[in-house]
Design a protein around this ligand. Structure first.
Ligand SMILES: C[S@@+](CC[C@H](N)C(=O)[O-])C[C@H]1O[C@@H](n2cnc3c(N)ncnc32)[C@H](O)[C@@H]1O
Length: 251
């Protein structure tokens, strides 16, 4: 299927399930923000979500997997320069540094509190790490500054227009942009996933954000439309029961 570059207005209005999403799929999305993205939410609530993310990533080996996928893409680069966007807790960057002896990592997030917490920890003192604030939609770095930019479990936080900007910006500053995010299941399965989470959403902030994440994640066809709009080439891997992996490069 060919994905034509779409107008900015079409992209802004595109459903999370992609331009040809079914009626049911179009109902399974929201503009509501996660606690993590809200300015009116207590920092303690946000930190509890970040700690839960870090814990589940450790438990299920996601941080290690994300670092391994990143380093596989850099197998031919002797001393890779890596940018992590939306790093949150910094666990993936810590593994990148531990698993590659000469990698240099710029560890970033748009949230100043997350950046301060990462700078206060091990990453702040690491000789091959720089921790700083950065917006993935408007990256403060020169063209070609990095071999790889990684954006893990964060893409769904963005509106379609912002998501297209990440494709453009990530591939401007890095030779390869690696996006890893939740898969968007077919609508009937998606309903089941939501039904298992909804009862706990009012009680547990991590589950509240999980439900919203699920409603906001992009389908493979949405990713293709966003990449086409940004004018970048895209390879997709995984999905459904595993995280969705999108590898973007300047066309
Ligand atoms: C669910 S957390 C993911 C944390 C970590 N990457 C992981 O794999 O567990 C999403 C992160 O994306 C960050 N974020 C949201 N919008 C962003 C943007 N425009 N630029 C950079 N980071 C952003 C949030 O502040 C948050 O730390």
């Amino acid at each position: 299927m060919a994905y034509m570059a779409t107008s900015t207005a079409d992209i802004a209005a595109m459903p999370r399930g992609g331009p040809r999403a079914s009626c049911l799929d179009r109902l399974l999305q929201t503009d509501r923000l996660e606690y993590l993205d809200r300015d009116d939410v207590d920092q303690r609530v946000k930190r509890s979500v970040v700690r839960a993310l870090e814990w589940t990533g450790d438990m299920f080996g996601n941080h290690e997997k994300f670092a391994a996928i990143s380093l596989d893409l850099l197998a031919e680069v002797p001393d890779p320069r890596i940018l992590e966007l939306g790093a949150g807790h910094g666990s993936v960057s810590r593994r990148l540094l531990a698993n590659h002896p000469t990698a240099h990592v710029t560890v970033t997030d748009v949230d100043p509190a997350a950046v301060a917490a990462m700078a206060d920890g091990e990453l702040g003192d690491h000789p091959r790490a720089v921790v700083r604030a950065m917006d993935a939609t408007d990256i403060d770095a020169d063209d070609g500054s990095f071999d790889l930019a990684l954006f893990a479990l964060s893409f769904h936080h963005l509106s379609p227009a912002q998501a297209a900007a990440v494709f453009a910006e990530g591939t401007r500053v890095a030779r390869t942009l690696l996006i890893i995010d939740l898969p968007r299941p077919p609508a009937p399965l998606h309903l089941l996933r939501l039904a298992t989470m909804l009862p706990l959403a009012p009680l547990v902030p991590f589950v509240h954000d999980g439900v919203i994440s699920s409603l906001r994640c992009y389908s493979p066809s949405a990713l293709r439309a966003l990449a086409a709009h940004a004018g970048v080439a895209l390879e997709l891997r995984g999905g459904l029961t595993t995280p969705q992996i999108a590898i973007a490069r300047r066309a």
